[in-house]
Design a protein around this ligand. Structure first.
Ligand SMILES: Cc1ncc(COP(=O)(O)O)c(C=O)c1O
Length: 369
C-alpha cells in the first residue's frame, strides 16, 4: 500500500487505508446517481438496504461463518455488549464463567456481576504475562456461558489455542470479545454462541459494533432473556429486523463495507493473517535481540496486533515519543495502566510502517544507550 501519511499505531480508533479514505471521499456526494450522499440515504430505502445486505454478506464470507451464524450491526460498542450478554443470556441459574486475561475481560466480568454470579475459570499469569493453558481452566457446569477475550488490547496477550467443546470437555455456550483481532486472523466461530467487536480497530470506524450470532443458540436461549433487556439490544430482535429495528449507524456501516472490500481485494482474512504475522515477527524479532528495550509477554501468548514494550527508563519516554512523532510515527504511548510503549499493528498498518518504527528504535537506542 502506498502511504503518504504518517503511520498511526493507535489502539483504536486506528489508522485506515488511504485507499479506503479516498473511496469514501469519492463516493460521499452522489451515491449511485441517487442525488443523495451516502450520509443521507434513508435506512429503510433500497439504496441503503443494498449496502447493508452486501456488508453483512461479505463480512460473513470473509469470516467463513457457517450458515448457522449471522453477522449483525449494533451500537454501543463492545462495552455495551458487556451488559447485553448477561441481559440476553443469563437464565434462571444466573451463573456465568469468565476467563480473566487482562483489562478488557476484567471490565466484562465487572459489568456481568451487576446481573449474575460470575465465576473466574482462570486468571492471567503475571511476569511474564501468559494466558493459562485450557487444561487449567475450572469451568462451572451450571454456568450459562463462558466469556473470554481473544486479544487483550492493553496487555498485548492473545488466545492462540482457540477453545472448542472438545478441548473444554463441555458444550458451554462460548461468548467472545473479538474487538481487537477479528479479521486479523482466521477464527473459528462454528462453536461460538456470540462474538462481538467494535469496528474501530480492524474493520472500520467507531460507531458500529459487529456481532456474530449463532441463530440455533438464540432460538434455544430465547426464554432466558431478562425481562428488562431493551428491545433495541435484544439479539433475536436485532436479527429478525436485519439490524434495522431502529436507525442503524448508516455511514459507519458503509465504511465497514469499504474496509471489507479492501480486505477481500488484498486476499481475505487468510492473507491478512499472513501479513499480520510478518509485522509482529519483524517487531518482536528486533525486541528479542535488544538489551535496551524489553517485553513482558511470554512468547506463547504474544498478541500479533498489540505489542507492548518498555524503555530502560521512564525518563526516556518524552524524547522517544517526540522523536517518533517527527519521524511520522504516531500514538506509541502505552495504556496508562501498564505504562511503557505499545505498537498496535492492525490490518491497515503496512509492513513499511513497522520497518520505519524498527529503524527509529535502532536510532534512539544508539542515541541513548
Ligand atoms: C478488547 C476490547 N474490548 C472492549 C473494548 C471496548 O470497546 P468500545 O470502546 O467499543 O466499547 C476495547 C477497546 O479498546 C477492547 O480493546
Amino acid at each position: 500500500m502506498k502511504c503518504s501519511r504518517p503511520f498511526n499505531f493507535a489502539p483504536g480508533p486506528s489508522q485506515m487505508p488511504e485507499e479506503v479514505l479516498l473511496r469514501l471521499r469519492e463516493e460521499m456526494m452522489n451515491w449511485k446517481e441517487s442525488g443523495m450522499s451516502v450520509l443521507e440515504l434513508p435506512h429503510r430505502g433500497s439504496y441503503f438496504q443494498e449496502i447493508l445486505d452486501e456488508t453483512a454478506a461479505l463480512g460473513a464470507k470473509l469470516l467463513g461463518l457457517p450458515s448457522s451464524h449471522s453477522l449483525v450491526f449494533m451500537q454501543g460498542g463492545a462495552r455495551a455488549q458487556n451488559a447485553l450478554i448477561p441481559l440476553n443470556l443469563l437464565g434462571e441459574k444466573k451463573k456465568c464463567d469468565y476467563l480473566i486475561t487482562g483489562l478488557w475481560s476484567e471490565v466484562s466480568a465487572k459489568e456481568a456481576r451487576k446481573y449474575g454470579e460470575v465465576g473466574v475459570v482462570a486468571s492471567i499469569d503475571a511476569s511474564p504475562l501468559a494466558i493459562p493453558p485450557m487444561e487449567e481452566w475450572v469451568l462451572d457446569k451450571n454456568a450459562c456461558y463462558l466469556h473470554f477475550c481473544s486479544n487483550e488490547t492493553v496487555q498485548g496477550v492473545e488466545v492462540h489455542d482457540w477453545p472448542t467443546f472438545q478441548k473444554l470437555s463441555s458444550k458451554v455456550p462460548m461468548v467472545v470479545d473479538v474487538s481487537s483481532n477479528i479479521f486479523t486472523r482466521q477464527l473459528d466461530f462454528s462453536e461460538t454462541a456470540i462474538a462481538y467487536a467494535g469496528a474501530q480497530k480492524n474493520t472500520g470506524p467507531a460507531g458500529v459494533t459487529l456481532v456474530v450470532l449463532n441463530k440455533n443458540f438464540l432460538e434455544k436461549n430465547n426464554k432466558k432473556k431478562h425481562k428488562f433487556c431493551p428491545s433495541v439490544f435484544d439479539y433475536s430482535n436485532v436479527l429478525e429486523n436485519n439490524s434495522c429495528f431502529n436507525t442503524p449507524p448508516t455511514l459507519a456501516i458503509f465504511i465497514t463495507k469499504l474496509m471489507f472490500e479492501w480486505i477481500e481485494k488484498l486476499g481475505g482474512v487468510e492473507k491478512m493473517e499472513w501479513l499480520n504475522r510478518q509485522k509482529a515477527d519483524r517487531l518482536y524479532n528486533f525486541l528479542d535481540e535488544s538489551s535496551f528495550y524489553s517485553s513482558n509477554v511470554k512468547e506463547c501468548s504474544r498478541s500479533r496486533v498489540n505489542i507492548p514494550f518498555f524503555l530502560p527508563s521512564n525518563h526516556l519516554m518524552k524524547p522517544f515519543l517526540l522523536g517518533a512523532r517527527e519521524k511520522g510515527l504516531l500514538n506509541l504511548q502505552g495504556h496508562k495502566l501498564t505504562g511503557g510503549l505499545r505498537a498496535s499493528l492492525y490490518n491497515s498498518m503496512p509492513l513499511e510502517g513497522v520497518n520505519k518504527l524498527v529503524h527509529w528504535l535502532i536510532e534512539f537506542e544508539k542515541q541513548f544507550s
